[in-house]
Design a protein around this ligand. Structure first.
Ligand code: GRG
Length: 288
């Protein structure tokens, strides 16, 4: 049931992205944008659709916001894979953009995806003027120098720091680097449904941290073929992670208790939040 719901959302988001990108040509940047927004679990887009449904938001507007956050996420992966950042050759089982084309194309594809995301949010199809302004403001904060970009900079700085990061520092870094962009979708859902974002924010904060811990566990225990990317890079680089700081069993226990917290946070929504509960369980059970 949940797997089917996720699959349906993944397909719907893929169709919507293809449709929104039909205005773009067949030049290399446009092709790169299509290439990098194909595949992936679509967790962020699915979270927008599901929380908008839960709060009574407009489904068409929610799809616009789902496409926007998937564009920002794809841009972050394209830039993160660049040689000057994490230097990866493989993403979602395919060559990274700078390997398939070149570095200049990868920079431009990331830049273009970022602009395109905000274009989608500003479009009249994404709600009334107040909703659109709030969506733009909150996504800019989540993805920019107070959110994802800050987290990425903290991560890069940690590589040359004198001492490995502490648990508190890693938690803060991850809240910025991956947490902010996992929290935005539920805020977007609440904006579209004109609902109080507080319970959904609590859900997303616990989910985001559990997601990152699960990613660190996958880096140690996962299968690179299934993950579609290189693994064990953190240990090889001697980076502090939740696994290096808590141990494998400690990290699993922490992720499980965060999922319990996430599930508890959406209690006010009762049975209607069943999909969000299953999504939370999926996040720590995934193998990619
Ligand atoms: C370049 C400004 C800038 C930021 C990059 C998010 C990020 C910041 C880098 C990604 C590095 C990374 C692989 C982090 C681990 C967690 C993560 C975001 C994994 C990928 O997200 P999934 O699992 O990917 O949702 P799919 O492929 O399913 O969309």
């Amino acid at each position: 049931m949940f797997e089917q719901q996720l699959k349906d959302a993944q397909d719907a988001i893929a169709r919507a992205l293809a449709d929104r990108m039909a205005v773009l040509g067949s030049d290399r940047v446009a092709e790169g944008m299509r290439y990098t927004t194909t595949g992936g679990k679509r967790l962020r887009g699915f979270l927008v659709l599901e929380t908008a449904r839960l709060t009574g938001g407009d489904a068409g507007a929610a799809m616009q916001a789902a496409c926007a956050v998937e564009c920002i996420h794809a841009y972050s992966l394209v830039h993160d894979d660049l040689p000057c950042m994490d230097d990866d050759d493989l993403r979602r089982g395919l060559p990274t953009v700078h390997r398939k084309w070149d570095e200049a194309t990868a920079v431009l594809v990331g830049d273009a995806l970022q602009s395109f995301a905000f274009e989608l949010l500003a479009d009249p199809a994404t709600g009334d003027a107040d909703q659109r302004a709030e969506l733009v403001l909150t996504l800019a904060r989540a993805s920019g120098p107070q959110g994802m970009v800050l987290g990425q900079a903290q991560d890069i700085a940690a590589e040359t720091a004198d001492a490995p990061l502490t648990l508190d520092q890693i938690t803060e870094l991850q809240a910025n680097k991956t947490g902010a962009l996992l929290e935005w979708p539920v805020v977007a859902g609440a904006i579209l449904g004109r609902a109080d974002p507080a319970p959904l924010r609590r859900y997303a904060r616990s989910l985001g941290l559990a997601f990152q811990i699960a990613d660190d566990i996958l880096d140690v225990e996962g299968d690179a073929e299934k993950a579609g990317k290189a693994l064990r890079k953190d240990a090889e680089a001697g980076k502090a992670t939740f696994v290096s700081l808590l141990g494998l069993e400690g990290a699993k226990a922490r992720a499980a208790s965060l999922i319990d917290e996430a599930i508890g946070a959406v209690e006010p929504y009762g049975i209607e939040a069943q999909t969000l509960r299953e999504l939370a369980r999926f996040v720590i059970a995934r193998d990619q």
